[in-house]
Design a protein around this ligand. Structure first.
Ligand code: ZN
Length: 419
């Protein structure tokens, strides 16, 4: 295994330590040593990259997105496009993500992401590590039961046309257990459930409760029994509270989280992934992208209250991780650092807190706590160098050209000379 020394960088290690001038030694896929320039002994057989003081941090993580290869907001297009085309486009999306400094992404529902995960892992295509849910679990008339389409196009097990986003429709604890087991059989790293209504489901509303507490608990039980976890879509209060009580690890969106719901989330230790970036993109570009009018109406009602609520929950101590909910169609992959800026603008985080949210906390949401998201001995060597200091302004991360070096598991995937 090859050794690599990243010499003389300004290091933000995401442990909570103040940034320091230092050196990182990588051995194989992991970090072998890190410390100040004087502290770290540079191994003689290591290749040295002189960073001349540029900013070094853990690779970025998007803890809620969808690798679909979709290119519009029109769901009918999914039915008219061959599945292979979606895969080809998503390969390009993975390239854009790694170029932008993302070394891990959590695919919160898509068959495309589930399969491309393996292609990345075996080294056939370049991209971030993909942690994938595959098909999502939804109740009948739930957010994942795309109920404005004929029912025979929706369920993964019976669909007459495979589309990137497919569901396992299940009702009652027995069906929920079976669906969770089926998702894992298909290769799911974690189980994605729809615990409330949402914006992009025509006839439900974000505040509708979906799945009962019993159903959610059964799904969590099955996931845990197989060493996995549950990631829930929950916008309304009852959905959030039920998810927390059932032992869900990651609660996405959290639009209508209030003080009582935040207390439940705190008690359970769950992470919230608010996905503000998709709100922003929907408001800005939804109409042009063909997002249906009923979806545009709901997002306009929600966006502001969403930010207010999450800001209050954050002040109460709820753990917040970055996730965009980008799909490639609505929200272009490669622009995912927008969520880091949202953490500053909408939640009121300091730049250092926002970076923590995009690294260490997002790693926890990806099931990689203690393994990724931090620059420390024994962690996976996922690091990026940035031309500029995101602690002055996180916006530098929005420009992939400013991400000059990307290393994933000790492999240099991108390296461009410093200006
Ligand atoms: Zn999502």
């Amino acid at each position: 295994m090859s050794k690599l020394t990243l010499y003389n960088a300004l290091i933000f290690d995401a442990t909570g330590r103040a940034p320091f001038r230092g050196t990182v030694v990588v051995d194989g896929g992991t970090i072998a040593d890190v410390g100040t320039v004087g502290e770290v002994k540079v191994p003689e057989d290591a290749k040295v990259i002189d960073l001349r003081g540029s900013f070094l941090m853990p690779g970025l993580i998007d803890a809620h997105m969808h690798l679909t290869g979709s290119r519009s907001g029109k769901i009918e297009e999914d039915l008219l496009t061959p599945i292979g085309v979606f895969f080809a486009r998503a390969v390009k999306d993975l390239e854009a993500l790694i170029n932008a400094g993302f070394t891990t992404v959590v695919d919160a529902g898509s068959i495309v992401g589930l399969h491309l995960r393996d292609a990345v892992k075996e080294g056939t295509i370049a991209g971030p590590r993909v942690v994938a849910a595959g098909p999502v679990l939804s109740q009948t008339f739930g957010h994942g039961d795309i109920h404005y389409m004929p029912v025979e196009y929706v369920d993964y097990r019976t669909t007459r046309k495979l589309t990137p986003f497919v569901s396992l429709i299940c009702d009652g604890t027995e069906e929920c257990r079976k669906a969770a087991r089926y998702a894992m059989r298909e290769g799911a790293d974690f189980i994605k459930v729809m615990a409330s209504g949402g914006v992009l489901s025509q006839r439900d509303r974000p505040e509708y409760r979906q799945f009962t507490l019993d159903e959610l608990s059964a799904i969590v039980d099955e996931a845990r029994a197989a060493g996995r976890w549950v990631h829930a879509h929950a916008e309304g209060k009852t959905g959030i509270v039920n998810a927390a009580r059932a032992g869900v690890k990651v609660i996405a969106h959290c639009d209508l989280i209030d003080e009582e719901a935040a207390q439940e989330v705190l008690k359970s230790g769950a992470l919230c992934v608010p996905t503000f970036a998709i709100d922003e993109v929907l408001l800005r570009e939804g109409q042009r992208l063909g997002v249906p009018e009923w979806g545009m109406k709901k997002i306009a009602e929600l966006a502001e209250i969403h930010a207010e609520n999450v800001r209050s929950a954050y002040r109460m101590g709820v753990k917040i991780a970055t996730g965009t909910d980008f799909s490639g169609g609505v929200g272009r992959h490669g622009e995912n650092a927008l969520e880091i800026k949202m953490m500053v603008d909408k939640v009121g985080m300091s730049p250092a807190e926002a970076l923590m949210s995009a690294t260490r906390l997002a790693a926890e949401a990806a099931g990689l706590e203690g393994k990724a998201g931090v620059i420390a001995k024994g962690y996976l060597a996922d690091v990026i160098a940035v031309d500029g200091n995101p602690l002055d302004d996180v916006s530098v991360l929005l420009d992939p050209k400013r991400v000059t070096i990307v290393i994933k598991e000790g492999q240099v995937i991108k390296s461009q000379s410093q200006p």
